[in-house]
Design a protein around this ligand. Structure first.
Ligand code: CP
Length: 303
């Protein structure tokens, strides 16, 4: 696999996905103290035009723990972006200060624009409702760690399947591993877009969450994203469509795990956290591991 940028899970073959997962396993096997020497002197720039907690901070943490350093912005009010500077010009400036750029932007396609302008590698940390490939890789890695496999499984994708970039990426990537059945749980107005469904995807669509819980290995919850709705009235109609509570998991498969890219609002009740099914905070932890693998690979330290 030889690729300067990581822009979309759609660009990744099964072999590519497997390679990133192998690299994540390789970094996890190295004691944290020995990882510090892997990227000394390297600089990561994080350009976050849209809010983030996990993606930005886990990239920061990943880089610091590999011995590198980080610069960048979170919210562009204090930068020349607020004066009208384009993504292209921002990236052509920042590439002089850093060895690799991680960018999040509300507009779809913005990471690709950045990558075309930049000489250094660009990693897409989320572009609108389009793609969030590093989240997909950490979702896959988390499922692999919990189940020991990425094929022969049944997964419920729940909530905002229309705008959720993490769902869009995961639906396609997981399918590549084979024999995966998807239960798509959403209100009708937030159904998975048809263009994502290929004839060989195995899935069924429902509005009912409870009926799906007893049959799945993974329940992947998502937030109904207020910021993606063109009309606030439409958001109000569906914002409380699903709420998973501990009692609803009593009939779940023993190894079933609940995942969520986070942040959650009210779609997972706090009482789920203490059940053996909760997996979303382990998922957060794997984010650092996977992003270390991504940094090492795209900086050319690990092939
Ligand atoms: N999962 C995720 O992208 O979280 P943040 O928005 O906090 O980065």
């Amino acid at each position: 696999m030889k690729r300067k940028d990581l822009l979309s899970a759609q660009d990744l073959s099964l072999e590519d996905l497997q390679h990133y997962l192998d690299l994540a396993g390789r970094i996890e096997a190295i004691p944290p103290v020995d990882r510090r020497g892997l990227l000394p002197g390297k600089i990561l720039a994080t350009l976050f035009y849209e809010p983030s907690t996990r993606t930005r901070l886990s990239f920061d943490s990943a880089m610091h723990r590999l011995g590198g350093s980080v610069l960048g912005f979170s919210g562009h009010e204090a930068t020349s972006v607020s004066k009208g500077e384009t993504i292209r010009d921002t990236v052509r400036t920042v590439e002089n200060y850093a060895d690799i750029i991680v960018i999040r932007h509300p507009r779809e396609g913005s990471a690709r624009i950045a990558a075309e302008a930049a000489r250094v590698p660009v990693i897409n940390a989320g572009d609108g409702a389009n793609q969030h490939p590093t989240q997909t890789l950490l979702d896959l890695y988390t499922i692999l760690k919990f189940l020991g496999r990425l094929s022969d499984l049944r997964i419920a994708l729940v909530g905002d399947l229309k705008y959720s970039r993490t769902v869009h990426s995961l639906f396609r990537a997981l399918h590549l591993f084979g024999n995966v059945e998807f239960v798509l749980v959403s209100p009708p107005s937030l159904a998975l877009p048809d263009y994502l469904k290929s004839p060989d995807h195995r899935f069924y669509e429902t509005h009912e969450l409870e009926g799906a819980l007893g049959t799945c290995d993974i329940v992947y919850m998502t937030r109904i994203q207020r910021e993606r709705f063109p009309d606030a009235v439409d958001y109000e109609k569906v914002k409380d469509a699903y709420r998973l509570e501990a009692s609803m998991l009593e009939g779940a498969r023993p190894g079933c795990r609940v995942l969520h890219p986070l942040p959650r609002v009210n779609e997972i009740a706090p009482d789920v956290d203490s059940t053996p099914h909760s997996g979303y905070f382990e998922q957060v932890a794997y984010g650092v591991t996977v992003r270390q693998a991504i940094l090492l690979h795209h900086l050319g330290v690990w092939a």
